[in-house]
Write a protein that binds this ligand. Structure first.
Ligand SMILES: Nc1ncnc2c1ncn2[C@@H]1O[C@H](COP(=O)(O)OP(=O)(O)OP(=O)(O)O)[C@@H](O)[C@H]1O
Length: 268
């Protein structure tokens, strides 16, 4: 298998400059976040509940506006690309339409772009193929397992062929074996589609398995406290989970994360 390397000189795809997000209830969800992410990176946002991971991801996608500072994505201010199709977003829940087939759920973003079912057909089938669900096109969400629903959600995010895939704790609700399998599938997608991925997670183990770089965040106010490039090369398979390098990297990242919890009160 080919090794995937992220070249340090790859172009910057996402630039966050001194970004703050304040909500009306006097919560500073994100403070002073500055970050550059290059094409082809696999970056995890890791941190305790409430440290602003999801808020940061939503601002990068354009779902939320910044209170101050600036974010540029693929050369445009966040959320202002020409048709929005260059960013794919996967939520924690699969958020499928229960009354629609797998095909129609994946077709939705193309429908919103004005493509007919017939025109969209080959792209929907290609996206379902990518996640191994080609045979389930006519099924309904209620007929699928949790892992399969999440695959449909990933296919829906990939159907517009985005350059950037944003994933907000997508596998938190799944059992461990399913999560491991989907972790490998996401790595395969990342490599085969030449994606940049930002992956929000609570899990040190998941972030170290997947990422080329981990951004550790702390709460109150939400902010970046560590930016850790990871040593492990790719491809990573299940065996990587048993290596000394993986254990050592998990320890390093875990220590960085623990350092953010010093001031956490127990009311949280
Ligand atoms: N729409 C909102 N209105 C008001 N406060 C919000 C809103 N969204 C988030 N917050 C607050 O902003 C802070 C950061 O929230 P965010 O969801 O980004 O954290 P997180 O790190 O993703 O947490 P979790 O891991 O629990 O999802 C929290 O204190 C949260 O309560």
């Amino acid at each position: 298998m080919m090794e995937q390397k992220i070249l340090p000189e790859a172009p910057v795809q996402i630039e966050m400059s001194n970004v703050d997000k304040r909500f009306g209830n006097n919560v500073t969800a994100v403070q002073g976040m500055s970050l550059q992410i290059r094409e082809g990176e696999f970056v995890s946002f890791l941190g305790p509940s409430g440290c602003g991971k999801s808020t940061a991801l939503k601002m990068i996608s354009g779902l939320l506006s910044v209170s101050s500072g600036a974010i540029s994505v693929n050369g445009h201010p966040a959320g202002q690309s020409i048709d929005g199709s260059d960013v794919g977003y996967v939520f924690q829940e699969a958020t499928l339409m229960p009354w629609a087939t797998v095909f129609d759920n994946v077709y939705l973003p193309l429908k919103l772009q004005g493509l007919s079912r017939k025109e969209a057909g080959p792209r929907v089938r290609e996206a379902l193929d990518m996640v191994g669900l080609a045979k389930f096109s006519a099924s309904y969400p209620r007929q699928l397992s949790g892992g399969m629903k999440m695959r449909v959600s990933i296919a829906r995010a990939m159907v517009t062929k985005p350059k950037l895939l944003l994933m907000d704790e997508p596998f938190a609700a799944l059992d461990e074996m399913t999560r491991f399998k989907l972790n490998n599938d996401v790595l395969d997608l990342w490599k085969s589609q030449g994606l940049t991925v930002i992956f929000v997670t609570h899990s040190v183990f998941e972030s170290v398995y997947l990422s080329s770089r981990v951004i550790v965040m702390a709460a109150r106010p939400g902010r970046v406290v560590h930016d850790i490039p990871l040593p492990g090369g790719y491809p990573r398979t299940g065996e990587y989970r048993t290596t000394a390098e993986y254990a050592e990297t998990c320890r390093l990242v875990s220590n960085a994360l623990e350092g953010t919890m010093d001031n956490v009160d127990i009311n949280h």
